[in-house]
Design a protein around this ligand. Sequence first.
Ligand code: PEP
Ligand code: MN
Length: 354
Amino acid sequence: MLVVMRHGAAPEEIERVVRTIVEMGYEARPMPGAQRTAVGLVGNDGRVDSSRIEALPGVAQVIHVTQQYKQVSREWRPENTVVTLGTGVRVGGGEVVLIAGPCSVESEDQIVTAARAVRAAGATALRGGAFKPRTSPYSFQGLGARGLELLALARRETGLAIVTEAMDEAGAHLVAEYADCIQVGARNMQNYSLLRTVGRIGKPVLLKRGMAATVNDLLLAAEYVLAEGNAQVILCERGVRSFDPAVRNMFDLTAIPIVHKLSHLPIIADPSHGTGLRDQVTPMARAAVAAGADGLLIEVHPAPDRALSDGAQSLYPDQFAALVSELRPIVTAIGRTLAVPSPRRVGTPVVAAV
Ligand code: PEP
Ligand code: MN
């Protein structure tokens, strides 16, 4: 439930609403706005009797959030949320953000080469897994902590923001020391203790749709993160399991405008996992941007044939560069722009102003 205060409501009136919500056994979240303050009521699982609050001085309106998810919904917050990564990359504004890189971090040479290539083509963030959730326990599991160090090195070399996956709570704390954005993968979308942990850590989160999750499940998973006080969540459509072996996953394009309708959180698209096929990545990437995706997550490997994971869906660097060129007229047609890498010279260390 959202309590909208009158324009110019006195601080004591807002305080009284907060006190009343707490007395009723719920949590109150005051949200000062440019025009007026709203106070969110959280902790309810069902409709709350609002009569006591409606009668309080300074209250303009009480809005009952009709969805199961609350803080994630557009009813709660009509304006788009913009998620800012540490390096200044903004996801959810007018710019479409490109996050690209290999499935896994494999070596210093591989990740730095990939980072330079995707930056040169127009990416502003680098992806790469150090902790890999593999279907088989005998497949390459990632370089672990060493992979995180290599990602940090690639960030120093290129200035790109780092997006990388955490698979468990201990891993999330470690990833948070290195990454600009913590990825929660499809297999962990409903790992509620991990969701609460990344919520409490407070760093931006990239939450991927589970492979058999509905849009409602995805938004409820995001609600776990917001319920811990972290609203910096980027959602990601990455395809769902289907009956059709023609593709690895069925890329759900409609999830993009549906999420935009239901939620204020940004949503990006991952056509690499969404199709599993290199030659399908570019057409689906174009379609996702046309459908309103706030960004793309694309697997790019300097030598896909030698990749230790997901080589078959990874683009060659020149294919990624060609895709970026094809995206330009599409973003222009829908009134957006592509985010551009910061002008900082590659290889220049970031030195804090003194
Ligand atoms: C990945 O991004 O490399 C990954 C494992 O993705 P997903 O969780 O969507 O399968
Ligand atoms: Mn992958």
